[in-house]
Design a protein. Structure first.
Length: 225
């Protein structure tokens, strides 16, 4: 299959309200370096020709310099300002994607992403037009409808991760759709335009740092490597 340009849109334009820290979680320390450093390093190291688009809150553009100062060799990075929602941040990043590319959209706060997962998403996107990583549920789950709740079969559900990886000709037109609050990831947007979503096995360690406990878990996992 023909090789493509590779563009990682790392979205880090959020405020991290659930983390309840004064500094947005993407800039917090994780084993001596900012969370975002680990995320950027994973993509920069996955393919030598990876181009990185880093989406940040405009007020934190200066913090990017601090993150990049940890690199011995500064990766090829374009800074873009974030939007009001994750959808709008991705849309801003996509303006830098260009054509004939495989586009990886990844949460800046998933710093434990592996090279193997980035590459398996790339290969699957070339084959199927797009791919997203998923993992199984470990807990029992219930659906709550008003005052009523009932157990459901967890085998029918998957936990969704990033990098959500698509050919540029799939993702760019999808992000011209009007915003819908249900657009919490890229697959949902592509699906709205009629694309079938291909799933690849994700990784348990590819956690999203959302609450304080996640940072503790991420630090422990990094120590294991
Ligand atoms: N307007 C936004 C909102 C979110 N994100 C990014 O999307 C990723 C996943 O979002 P989430 O974990 O929800 O981050 P926050 O929105 O920052 O957190 P919270 O919902 O707790 O405020 C994060 O890397 C976050 O920075 C973004 O780029 N732009
Ligand atoms: C894209 C995502 O990380 C997949 O699990 C998730 O949907 C982001 O959602 P959030 O509401 O921004 O946490």
């Amino acid at each position: 299959m023909k090789e493509r340009n590779k563009v990682a849109i790392i979205v880090a334009g959020g405020s991290g309200s659930r983390m309840q820290s004064a500094v947005p979680k993407q800039f917090l320390d994780l084993n001596g370096k900012p969370v975002l450093y680990h995320t950027i390093a994973a993509f920069a190291g996955a393919y030598p020709d990876m181009r990185i688009v880093l989406v940040l809150p405009e007020a934190h553009f200066e913090s990017a310099e601090k993150v990049l100062s940890y690199f011995a060799q500064r990766p090829d990075i374009t800074l873009v300002k974030g939007g009001d929602t994750r959808f709008h941040s991705v849309k801003n990043g996509l303006q830098q994607a260009g054509s004939d590319a495989v586009v990886f959209v990844h949460d800046g706060v998933r710093p434990l992403i592996s090279t193997a997962l980035i590459r398996s998403c790339y290969e699957a996107a070339l084959q199927y037009g797009g791919a997203i990583p998923v993992i199984d549920m470990k807990d029992s789950i219930r659906v709550v409808e008003g005052d009523v709740n009932r157990a459901v079969d967890r085998e029918k559900y998957k936990i969704i991760q990033t990098p959500q990886t698509f050919l540029s000709e799939v993702l760019l037109p999808a992000f011209e759709l009007p915003y819908d609050p249900l657009f919490t990831d890229e697959a949902t947007v592509a699906e709205r335009l009629g694309h079938r979503v291909h799933l690849v096995p994700g990784e348990e360690a590819n956690i999203k740092i959302t609450k304080p406990l996640d940072l503790v878990i991420a630090a422990a996992l990094l120590n294991e490597r």
